[in-house]
Every structure is written in structure tokens, then in C-alpha cells.
Design a binder for this molecule. Structure first.
Ligand SMILES: [Zn+2]
Length: 705
């Protein structure tokens, strides 16, 4: 058996999967919940649905290890043999997300403790302290036992570490965690005086004379030291990652060559996925857009773009989605007919090479018994089962797209460190939350059909004509220098409000905001001016009142005249220092002051939005998009139609057209192609039914008529 984990094609990450070429289809299978007679029916129905990959054993620790010194692998042996006989590959879980009762009672101190000192009980899942030596030792032992037993099993295609790190327990305040936090702080800061400087402990008499005096940021009388909280966020992500790495090290040692993943949870604040994804062989994601939200597909697109970006554009795997309703919202609306298919295709449209689900067969007991499944409680007569079978057949027609990639036309900067710091308490406004700042920017790009990549602050930006930074509250001078060099060399940067505020210790950059971005943006912020809830401030985008002549003498272009926009949540009293004013505040105290500016620096341009423009953000982003020549994947895209393009190594393209609206849409095409879903050749347009989709194979440029 040879296997490579670095190849572009997810489907050949191990040659065990080459016998199921194409896209991956399947779900979490929890056979330990069923008598073995049911398994035979399961694999028969899997064949009917075209399932080629199942995730097995995610919550089977108590079954695999009934007590500290006994193991029960017989059932899993039979299960993997059954899968192999029926041509179903296995994504085998390490089963460590839910430690069994006997382990918890033997080591009660492995249960996590809240900031208020409450120890969380057994009886749910993820009931472990990330820093518990007892938990880690037991998890690594189980992982090794599984790896040694199944490393050569022919059904094994992928290892699945743990489950949804950080879903329920993201932090623990117990004594073990305190010890681990102090170790982490020593490694980060070196000495206690360095820590005192970093944490600014001269404030409120918080000075420490020894690391032993430091505790996790438990509930305190008032605001806790913000740098302590920021270091805590960093530590908590690292503590969970250390657990993951401990299991990964065992799998790499015992079962080399078999790729390893853990299921991410889309854009999750608690975990720095840039750092985490360095330790994944492939990125996989659990995504549960809400069918009751008519704009849910926009957020889903955003999350899928992040997943694709985490490993530089390599194909990723949708590890979990719901075939229909979930069970954990207050009201769980099912997916209306067609929505499951459309949203599944959307993951593929944004770079996934497979669509998996929670779960294969609906449970009859437990907390998720009302969660939909590929095989619903009603069985094969159910509407859900019919959709499962139909989509499995369609997926087989799309096999050739596996391994093809998207190319973002612009980049969006995402920095978890800045996200954590932005959302600390005692800021000018508690309404400045990263997801809410980002969403209108992303929605504007999505609405305009622009595909974007997410990039970390350390990324090289040269390949992107346009870089968007909705917020960079925390910004070190090295990153600011890189952004400045990018613009000087001809790049175009758009920066959102409340940026360039603090350094990596969350100390204010002195001398006026936006600190190290001041020269790049050509402005200075005199004062932050948050807007109370329910109020807005008018902003007039006129382009007629530049503060000074343009250095290149050219006329401004793509500037709408007299457009009235509404700022919400945030505004700033800014003064220009070389930038031209593109929009001014038109109401309130700031009326007449600059609101949106543009600064030429070297060969490039930097825009600054000093306010949060919500749904009007796109009206401003149109300017830099036009100037950077960044446009839609397809011109003249009708409303509600999402278009993306996957590029194959041989030059072919796959154009995905997804109609998220309730009205039939006609999409004009610049190149005729073949719809892989129907096999039909297209002319100069495609008509999409409500919730309809097309996946067009377009010939390589040199083969086009
Ligand atoms: Zn703990």
C-alpha cells in the first residue's frame, strides 16, 4: 500500500480510495447503536445510495474499552470487514471526544471546571479538561490501540481524530489547567517581569512576583486584565491543539501514510484554525446552515471559502451536514425539497471533494434522535431517503471535478489573534464583533459574484490585486509593514474601522490611531464615535470633494454621485493626512467630516472605511473592486444566482451555477459547455429553476471554438 497525503486530489489521498474514484459521499455511521442484523441492511442501502465513505466509531469509547484493562474490538473488526466487502471505505474515528463513565469516576478531576468554579458532570459529551494528564493519557492509549489494530485494514482510508474540538468545552479553569497555563506563560514570556510588562500590571496593582501567583481568569469582582484574557484565549486554543497533536503523533507513528483529519466547525472563534490546519493532512468541516434563514447560503459560502483557504486552496471535505433538520436550534426547520441538493452542490462549488452527513441512520435514542439522517426513521419510503439516493447518483456524474480548484480574485485578511482582542470587554463599543463586521463585506462580494480567499496576516499577498481587511484591531508593526509594502508595490488594500489600534500585548499604539497604518491610510483618528443601538448616521458618497489633487492627475472613476449610505454601530472622527475624501458624514456630530478615504502610496492605493456601513458596504467596495479590475466569475449574473469556477489541471473549467432564489432565472453564458448533471450541451444561456443548479464543463481555452 502506498499513500500520499500531499496530493491535490482528496480522492487519491490514499490508494485505498482509488477504487472509489470521484467525489466522496456518506456520513457518520454509529452501528454501536444497533444490533448487528441491521448492519447488513445498512451496507445494502449504502450501495443503493452510492455511499463510498463512512465515518465510524466517533462515540464508541465506552464500547471499545469497557474498563481500564479490557478491550472489545470484535464488533469493530466485523464492521470494518463488512465495509470492505461492500466497497465502502472507512474514516475511522479515534473515539476520544466522550470519555467513558468508568474513566471519569476513576479520575473525577478530568471533568472540566467553569470560570465560576462549577465542575461539569458526566452525562453529555466533551466532558474533559484539555490539560488533564489523566484524560490525555487515556485518549492517547485508545488512539494507539486503534491505530495498531487497524493500520493495515483495507477499509481504512482516513483517520478522524476526536470530534468538533471546542464545541461544548473551550476552556477549563481547574488546578490542572492553571498549572498548564503557567507553563504556557513561561514559554511565551520567559520571565515574570516580561509578563508584567506585557500584561500592563502596573494598572490596578496587578503586579506578580512569581508565576505561581497566576491563575486562570476565573470570575473576578470586575473587569479582568485584558492581556491576561487575550493570553488565555491563545492558551485555550493551544491546549486543545496539544491534545489533537498528541493523537496525531501516534497516528503518524503507527499508521504512517494514512491521512488524518479532525472535523472543524466553520468559523469558530475559540480555535485558531490557521495554526490548527498546519497539523491536518486535509481540512474537513461540519456545517449546519439554518434552512429558516433565507440568507444562510451566504454565510455558508463564507465558511466554505475559509475551509478551502486553510490549506492554500487544496480540496477539503464537508464532513458533516444535515440531510434536513437539526435538533439543537429552538425551532428546527427541515430543508424544503431541493434545498439539500442545492446546498450540497454549494460545498462542491466552493472546493469540497466530498459531501458527508451527520448521520447515516437516524438514532432512536439520545440527544440527537430528532436530528435528520440520510436514512430517516421512516426508512426507505421517506422523502429524505429519496433525496439521499437521487443526490448520490448525481454526485457520481460529477466525479471528474475532484481535485479541481478555485482561484480567489481577492483576499480577505482573517487573524484570530485580532478577533480575540477585538472582542475583549471595556472597549468603546461591545457591538464591534468580528463576524458581524465581516459579514456585510463578504455579503457584498458574494452578491457581486466575486470569489475570495481568506488569508492569514502572515500571508504573501502578491497574487491578489485587492486585499480586504474588515477589521485589524490588533496589528503588529511587522504586519503593518507588509501591508504597506504590498500597497507601495501596486497592491490595493481596503481597511475597515477600529483597525491598527493595539499591539500583540493589546497595548495601544501611541501617537494616534490607526497607529502603524497611519501613513499607509493617510488619515488620523481623533476619537472613536460609536453609534448607539437603533440609530444610524448618514454618509454621503459624492467623490466630488477631494482634499487635494491626485498625484497621478487622473480622474477618479467608478464613483457614484450623491449616494446616501447609512452607518450603524460605529463611526470615527477622522482627519486626512494626504488621503482624499470619497465620502463624508452627512448627519450627527460628525457631519462634514471624512467618512471614507483613499490614499495613493507608491504604485498602490489604500482605502479606509471609518464607519460600519452594514448593508451599504458594497456601495463603497464597488470603488476598489472597479479600480482593481476584480469582477464576477460570470458577468450579468441574475439576483440570487451564485457562480463559481473550479479549474482542473488540464485547463478545463467547471462552472457552478446555483439559484438560491424562488424564481426561475436565465443565466447568459460566454462559453458553451456541457451540464454534467444532465449531460446536455448548453447554448448561450442556462435556465435555472427555483433552487435549481447546473455544473457546466467548459473546455480548456485552446479547445474553445
Ligand atoms: Zn482543567
Amino acid at each position: 500500500m502506498t499513500a500520499t497525503v500531499t496530493t491535490d486530489r482528496l480522492t487519491v489521498t490514499t490508494d485505498r480510495l482509488t477504487r472509489v474514484p470521484g467525489l466522496l459521499y456518506g456520513g457518520d455511521w454509529n452501528p454501536e447503536q444497533w444490533p448487528e442484523q441491521v448492519w447488513a441492511e445498512d451496507v445494502k442501502l449504502m450501495a443503493e445510495a452510492g455511499v463510498n465513505l463512512v465515518t465510524v466509531g466517533v462515540f464508541s469509547w465506552a464500547r471499545l474499552q469497557p474498563d481500564a484493562d479490557s478491550w472489545d474490538f470484535g464488533w469493530l473488526d466485523r464492521l470494518l470487514d463488512l465495509c470492505h466487502r461492500h466497497g465502502v471505505a472507512v474514516d475511522l474515528a479515534t473515539a476520544t471526544a466522550s470519555p467513558p463513565a468508568w474513566l471519569v469516576r476513576a479520575h473525577p478531576d478530568l471533568l472540566p471546571v467553569t470560570a465560576d468554579g462549577v465542575r461539569l458532570e458526566f452525562g453529555s459529551r466533551q466532558h474533559y479538561c484539555p490539560s488533564s494528564p489523566a484524560y490525555r493519557g487515556a485518549a492517547v492509549r485508545l488512539t494507539r490501540a486503534l491505530a495498531e489494530r487497524y493500520r493495515h485494514h483495507p477499509a481504512l482510508a482516513l483517520w478522524h481524530i476526536h470530534n468538533e474540538y471546542g464545541d461544548h468545552v473551550q476552556e477549563c479553569f481547574c488546578p490542572d489547567s492553571a498549572v498548564d497555563f503557567r507553563r504556557w506563560l513561561r514559554e511565551r514570556h520567559g520571565g515574570i517581569e516580561e509578563l508584567n510588562r506585557s500584561w500592563g500590571t502596573a494598572f490596578w496593582s496587578q503586579r506578580y512576583t512569581s508565576f505561581e501567583q497566576i491563575e486562570p481568569p476565573r470570575t473576578a469582582p470586575g473587569p479582568v486584565n485584558p492581556t491576561q484574557l487575550l493570553d488565555w484565549r491563545r492558551f485555550c486554543s493551544d491546549a486543545l491543539l496539544a491534545l489533537h497533536r498528541a493523537e496525531k503523533a501516534v497516528l503518524d507513528e503507527v499508521s504512517p501514510g494514512v491521512p488524518v483529519t479532525t472535523n472543524f466547525m466553520s468559523m469558530l472563534k475559540a480555535l485558531d484554525y490557521w495554526e490548527w490546519s498546519r497539523h491536518e493532512d486535509l481540512v474537513s468541516d461540519d456545517a449546519y446552515p439554518d434552512p429558516a434563514d433565507p440568507r444562510a447560503h451566504v454565510n455558508a459560502a463564507m465558511n466554505y471559502d475559509l475551509m478551502r483557504s486553510l490549506k492554500g486552496g487544496r480540496p477539503w471535505l464537508l464532513m458533516e451536514q444535515a440531510p434536513s433538520a437539526v435538533s439543537w436550534r429552538p425551532v428546527n426547520v427541515p430543508k424544503r425539497p431541493g434545498l439539500y441538493r442545492l446546498w450540497s452542490l454549494q460545498a462542491l462549488a466552493r472546493g469540497a471533494d466530498g459531501v458527508l452527513h451527520f448521520q447515516w441512520r437516524a438514532s432512536v435514542a439520545g440527544a440527537e434522535k430528532f436530528h435528520s439522517a440520510m436514512l430517516p426513521h421512516r426508512g426507505t419510503a421517506a422523502r429524505g431517503w429519496q433525496e439521499t439516493v437521487r443526490f448520490g447518483a448525481e454526485l457520481r456524474r460529477l466525479g471528474e471535478i475532484a481535485g479541481s480548484r478555485l482561484r480567489g480574485r481577492a483576499a480577505v485578511l482573517l487573524d484570530w489573534d485580532s478577533w480575540w482582542a477585538l472582542e475583549l470587554d471595556d472597549h468603546p463599543s461591545a457591538r464591534m464583533r468580528w463576524p458581524e463586521l465581516l459579514r456585510p463585506w463578504y455579503a457584498a462580494l458574494h452578491e457581486r459574484g466575486v470569489t475570495v480567499d481568506f488569508v492569514p496576516p502572515t500571508a504573501g499577498l502578491d497574487g491578489y490585486p485587492l486585499v480586504l481587511a474588515p477589521n485589524l484591531y490588533l496589528l503588529d508593526t511587522a504586519t503593518a509593514d507588509r501591508l504597506t509594502a504590498y500597497v507601495r508595490d501596486g497592491g490595493r488594500l481596503v481597511c475597515g474601522p477600529f483597525s491598527g489600534i493595539a499591539d500583540r500585548h493589546d497595548h495601544i499604539h501611541p501617537g494616534g490611531h490607526p497607529g502603524p497604518l497611519r501613513e499607509l491610510l493617510g488619515i488620523v483618528v481623533d476619537e472613536h464615535w460609536p453609534i448607539p443601538d437603533g440609530e444610524t448616521t448618514a454618509v454621503r458618497l459624492d467623490g466630488t470633494a477631494p482634499d487635494g489633487p491626485r498625484s497621478d492627475g487622473a480622474e477618479p472613476h467608478a464613483e457614484p454621485h450623491g449616494a446616501d449610505l447609512r452607518a450603524e454601530r460605529w463611526s470615527e472622527w477622522i482627519e486626512t493626512e494626504g488621503a482624499e475624501t470619497l465620502a463624508r458624514y452627512a448627519s450627527g456630530t460628525l457631519a462634514g467630516l471624512p467618512a471614507v478615504t483613499r490614499n495613493r502610496l507608491g504604485a498602490g492605493t489604500a482605502w479606509y472605511l471609518s464607519c460600519h456601513l452594514g448593508a451599504d458596504t458594497g456601495r463603497v467596495l464597488d470603488l476598489p473592486l472597479a479600480e482593481a479590475g476584480v469582477g464576477a466569475e460570470l458577468p450579468d449574473l441574475p439576483a440570487d444566482v451564485e457562480a463559481t469556477r473550479r479549474h482542473a489541471a488540464d485547463g478545463r473549467q467547471y462552472l457552478f451555477l446555483l439559484n438560491h432564489g424562488g424564481v426561475e432565472r436565465r443565466v447568459p453564458l460566454d462559453t458553451p459547455g456541457t451540464d454534467l448533471l444532465t449531460g446536455a450541451a448548453t447554448g448561450d444561456a442556462v435556465t435555472l429553476a427555483p433552487l435549481g443548479a447546473a455544473v457546466l464543463r467548459l473546455p480548456a481555452a485552446e479547445e474553445r471554438p
